[in-house]
Design a protein around this ligand. Sequence first.
Ligand SMILES: Nc1ncnc2c1ncn2[C@@H]1O[C@H](COP(=O)(O)OP(=O)(O)O)[C@@H](O)[C@H]1O
Ligand SMILES: [Mg+2]
Length: 243
Amino acid sequence: MNGPLLEVKRLQVAYAGNQALDVAGLRVQRGEVVGVVGANGAGKSTLVNALAGWSRGEPTVGGEVSLAGRRIDGWAPHERIRAGLALVPEGRLVFSRMTVEDNLSTAFAPVAAEGRRIYSRDEIYMLFPRLKERRGHLGSQLSGGERQMLGIGRALMMGPQLLLLDEPSIGLAPQLVAQVLQTLRTLAAAGLTILLVEQNVRAAIEVVDRLVLLERGRVVLEGPAATMGSDPRIAQAYLGAHA
Ligand SMILES: Nc1ncnc2c1ncn2[C@@H]1O[C@H](COP(=O)(O)OP(=O)(O)O)[C@@H](O)[C@H]1O
Ligand SMILES: [Mg+2]
């Protein structure tokens, strides 16, 4: 199929009249890993939540969101999941009173996912051997990194075309951040399209193809990850370079 997998036009979100997001345009091509980076409060969560049809509070949402050429804005969150858009939110989509095994066993792919890559529980254990070791543990007993792996695992079992991740690096030890983010490259190589939201620019820039910088709800800069690291606006503000 031609055209971008995700296309966003004039996406605007306001909380009680205060504009939190105003994205004129954003495209994600099939197989691409795109990072949306920005400071705390820049609107990153607001963006992925709006794409998934979720909201915290009662925002006013306007604009167009298309997945594989089909308009999905206005659709309920479960309808978007059915269409192949899965979000691993900051809360990580994990049930704390269920074991790892049960968390994975209750993640169902929608019938419509036929023809898409649906990961089995065993494949998730192969991707994250740590989860297999911890399969009898409750969600509440997991470390931040393990919860992140489990959240990603559950999302993959729903057969997504597009995986949205909201700050997977938060609360993780630096070594684990690299490990979890590198897994995204493995998934992309297997055909998954990924939109990764991160405050950790240094970590994100290592794994994404393209970087989008969000400031006060707007896209202020975007380009290939390979060249963005040397852009003074990225380097100074986020990578701590002394130009
Ligand atoms: N439920 C809400 N009610 C009111 N304002 C909100 C709500 N959620 C987010 N905001 C505001 O929207 C802006 C963007 O927030 P957010 O998307 O959470 O940023 P980020 O994820 O980049 O840290 C912030 O100014 C934040 O205070
Ligand atoms: Mg956020």
